[in-house]
Design a protein. Sequence first.
Length: 176
Amino acid sequence: MKRYIWFIVPALGLAAVVLGYLLFNLNETLVYYRTPAEVRQEVAADANARLQINVAPGLPAVRADREALGRAVWNLLDNAVKYSPHAPQVRLTGRAAGSSIEIAVEDEGLGIAPDEQARIFQKFARGSAAASTGAKGTGLGLSMVRHIVEAHGGTVRVESRPGGGSTFTIALPTAT
């Protein structure tokens, strides 16, 4: 039973988002509301990862559910560590981009083939390089990220090349 928990919990979370059962508590909030020390402790401790955080000062607020948005960013950070070589370097950046803010997670991991990049945001999809690592995953995380971000009026995209790492960018409209 215990071995199925890692699959059931993400599947239920995605179902709640997709079917509209998860109601978002939208408020004006800063995208980056945790301290760098908190994020480093949660993300980097287990994998000896080095996490570099560069969030531009004075970013405008977005209308978002902080917990849901945090879950989306957490998933990207977790994937960056999980699919990168030993002691990976991961970068988290936040910046203004016109009438949006962008949150990017960049890694030095396996990379994703161009023909797989659109597919990885679909339910149960994993890139071929990721599947070959033996890392546990359901193929639901990036689908959940996409659904959460789109429910906030935003977009998520990936730039990657095999063997060259990946950058996942969330773009959200500002509240003003």
